[in-house]
Design a binder for this molecule. Structure first.
Ligand SMILES: [Zn+2]
Length: 280
C-alpha cells in the first residue's frame, strides 16, 4: 500500500519527495503553488522532472493540493482566474509525475444552489479543454462547513458524469470530512462502500486524505485529529484500510506532526492497522 503524509516543498518538489522517503513514506502530498493565494506560478521544470524521476525510482506516489482559495463553484466573473489556476496546478502535478491535483469541491453562497453545480462543471470543462497531461483533477468531498457543496457521493458522481471529459476527473476521499458531513458514521464502512460502488464513485477514487476527526459524526465541523486520537478511532480505520479500493492509491495524512516534527510515528501507526480488520 502507499502510505504517507503532506510534506513541505521548502526544498522544492524533489525535496518533498526526499522528505517522504526519509520519514518512511511511499506516498506524499505537497502544495504545487502558494496554498493561500490565487497567483499562478512559473513551473520549475528541472525541479519537477527531478521529482518525477525520483518517485519512479523509489516507487513513490504523490498528489498535489490546490490553493485553498481555488473555488470551482465561483461565479462567472471569477471563472477565468479559477480556470487558469487549475491548469497551472495540473501542469505542475503532471510535470512532477503526480496522480492528480486535489481540488475542494467548491462553495456557493448564491440563492440558487444549482448555479453552484453549473459553475463547477463549466470551470472543470474550461480547464480540461486546455490541458493535455496524465495528472487528473481529484475532487475532494467536504465537511459541510458554511456554504460548502460536495458532501454526498451523488453530487460528486453526477458532476463528474456531466463534465465533457470525465476521464480527467477522479475523486479524493477525505475521511475526516466524510465523518463530519455524516457520509461515514465510522462503523458503516461496508454499507458506504457498497453504495459508492453502485453509484460509480469508488471505481474513480484516486487518493485518500486519511484523517481522524476531533468532532463527532455529522458535526459538519472540519478539524483533523491524528489517527486513533479522534472520534473515528483505530478499529474503524482498520476496516477502512482493508478496502480493495485503497490498495493501489496514495493515502496521505493531513494531521499535525508528531514529537519529532514529522509524521514518521503516525505512518508506522497506520501501517500497524493494516490487516487488523475486525480484531478490535
Ligand atoms: Zn483533505
Amino acid at each position: 500500500m502507499f502510505i504517507g503524509s503532506h510534506v513541505s516543498t521548502r526544498g522544492g518538489y524533489i525535496g518533498a519527495a526526499k522528505t517522504a522517503v526519509a520519514i518512511g513514506a511511499n506516498a506524499f502530498q505537497y502544495f504545487p503553488m502558494n496554498p493561500r493565494s490565487l497567483a499562478t506560478k512559473t513551473i520549475n521544470l528541472k525541479d519537477a522532472q527531478a521529482c518525477a524521476a525520483y518517485c519512479r525510482e523509489h516507487g513513490l506516489l504523490s498528489i498535489g493540493h490546490a490553493p485553498y482559495p481555488l473555488n470551482p463553484a465561483a461565479d462567472e466573473q471569477e471563472r477565468s482566474l479559477m480556470v487558469q489556476l487549475l491548469i497551472n496546478g495540473l501542469e505542475i502535478t503532471d510535470a512532477c509525475g503526480s496522480v492528480g491535483l486535489v481540488v475542494h469541491f467548491g462553495k456557493y453562497v448564491g440563492k440558487d444552489p444549482l448555479q453552484g453545480y453549473k459553475n463547477i462543471i463549466q470551470c472543470l470543462n474550461s480547464a480540461t479543454r486546455e490541458y493535455r497531461g496524465k495528472s487528473v483533477i481529484l475532487l475532494e468531498n467536504q465537511a459541510g462547513e458554511g456554504s460548502q457543496l460536495g458532501l454526498a457521493l451523488e453530487e460528486m458522481v453526477q458532476v463528474r458524469k456531466l463534465c465533457e471529459q470525465p476521464e480527467l476527473i477522479g475523486f479524493c476521499l477525505d475521511t475526516c470530512h466524510a465523518f463530519a458531513s455524516g457520509l461515514w458514521q465510522g462503523s458503516n464502512w461496508k454499507e458506504l462502500e457498497r453504495r459508492g460502488e453502485q453509484l460509480d464513485y469508488f471505481p474513480h477514487l484516486k487518493a485518500i486524505h486519511l484523517n481522524d476527526s476531533v468532532y463527532a459524526a455529522g458535526s459538519r465541523r472540519d478539524r483533523h485529529a491524528a489517527i486513533g486520537q479522534g472520534h473515528i478511532g483505530d478499529a474503524n480505520f482498520s476496516t477502512f484500510l482493508a478496502s480493495k479500493y485503497v490498495r493501489q492509491i496514495p493515502i496521505v495524512l493531513e494531521t499535525g506532526t508528531g514529537r519529532d516534527g514529522t509524521h514518521r510515528e503516525e505512518i508506522l501507526h497506520v501501517k500497524s492497522l493494516i490487516g487488523k480488520e475486525g480484531s478490535s
